[in-house]
Ligand binder design. Structure first.
Ligand code: FES
Length: 136
């Protein structure tokens, strides 16, 4: 009998020092911290862990988050609206977690992910692009 696929854990990294796109009247928290706290108050998708990080080097387009885990590509997303996009992030994290390689099918990908991916980084044991070309 074949084992059911159990996805490797996923981490949702949230920069808590991001200043975001606007001031938050009456709230001393930085927008990144607010985004983190809003996420922490929600039920996370199964297999997804929330982690706070200081600066993902995308400060001009904060708030910024990253998704990583297992043998998946790591994705960094910017311009997250701290006040309105926590649920979108969790939906995206669940879709990411369901993949083996981190590549959410384009049609399923949240629109914000399509337009605001800052970088993607391959997993450690990826196939070198030139080595693959040599095999052809
Ligand atoms: S402070 Fe958030 S990316 Fe630099």
């Amino acid at each position: 009998m074949k084992d059911a696929h159990i996805p490797a854990p996923t981490e949702l990294l949230v920069c808590i020092t991001c200043r975001g796109q606007r001031e938050l009247p009456g709230d001393d928290r930085r927008p990144g911290r607010l985004l983190h706290d809003l996420l922490a108050a929600r039920a996370l998708p199964e297999g997804v862990t929330l982690r706070a990080v200081e600066c993902l080097q995308n400060c001009e387009a904060g708030c910024t988050v990253a998704l990583r885990g297992g043998n998946r590509w790591t994705y960094v997303f910017g311009k997250i609206d701290e006040a309105s996009q926590a649920d979108m992030l969790l939906d995206g994290a669940a879709l990411y977690h369901a993949t083996e390689d981190g590549l959410i099918p384009w049609r399923q990908r949240p629109e914000h992910f399509k337009r605001n991916c800052v970088a993607r980084v391959p997993p450690q044991n990826f196939n070198d692009a030139l080595e693959r070309a040599d095999d052809d």
